[in-house]
Design a protein around this ligand. Sequence first.
Ligand SMILES: CC(C)(COP(=O)(O)OP(=O)(O)OC[C@H]1O[C@@H](n2cnc3c(N)ncnc32)[C@H](O)[C@@H]1OP(=O)(O)O)[C@@H](O)C(=O)NCCC(=O)NCCS
Length: 182
Amino acid sequence: MGLMDFGAVDLGLRDFGLMDFLRGRTEMSVQPLQPDDLRAAADIHAESFARGWTDGEIERLLARPGTFGLVVRPVGRKGLAGFILYTLAAGEAEILTVATAAAWRRHGAGAALVKAALLHMNAERAEAMFLEVEEENAPAVSLYRKLGFREVGHRKDYYGAMAASRTGGKSAGALVMRRDLA
Ligand SMILES: CC(C)(COP(=O)(O)OP(=O)(O)OC[C@H]1O[C@@H](n2cnc3c(N)ncnc32)[C@H](O)[C@@H]1OP(=O)(O)O)[C@@H](O)C(=O)NCCC(=O)NCCS
């Protein structure tokens, strides 16, 4: 699937890819998540979140109607750099999870995944894409803001004790973010 196939110009996303190219970053290729990718996706999820999802859990999520998965691969290299799962229901899309392998962070993989999901959902005529993100998760919040997501809500203590243990006892709330689609 080519990133431009879904109308990147309409969504104002073309310039972002050009900047990656100009910085000499590794070219990334985004494709639908295939059964062969499940194990690698689970490994990336496990290294990215306190409670990793197994390959079976990811497979069961993808079997639900209106649920989609994409992977990103560094062109010319082996293995996955990251993956994203998202849903579409009643005209609203939502990111369930997105993660980049630790070794590939800050190479444009996360942005490539979110952009591709936005373009796909725009092509499916979704009105908007939503997500929830821990407010302390600066890399993710920065990524989403850069791609046009804006805060539309805040949930206090959403991630509960697990997140508080990572933030030294501070309660971690979640931001609800929205990105309008055409
Ligand atoms: C959030 C995450 C997916 C970003 O993936 P990534 O492939 O490193 O992101 P990219 O390289 O595409 O970065 C795109 C933009 O995001 C922002 N960003 C990414 N990492 C950042 C960091 N460590 N600090 C600040 N901003 C960051 C920047 O604006 C960056 O653009 P720039 O590099 O041109 O400045 C990755 O850090 C990750 O997997 N984290 C663990 C899982 C997670 O928290 N997922 C989100 C749950 S809601």
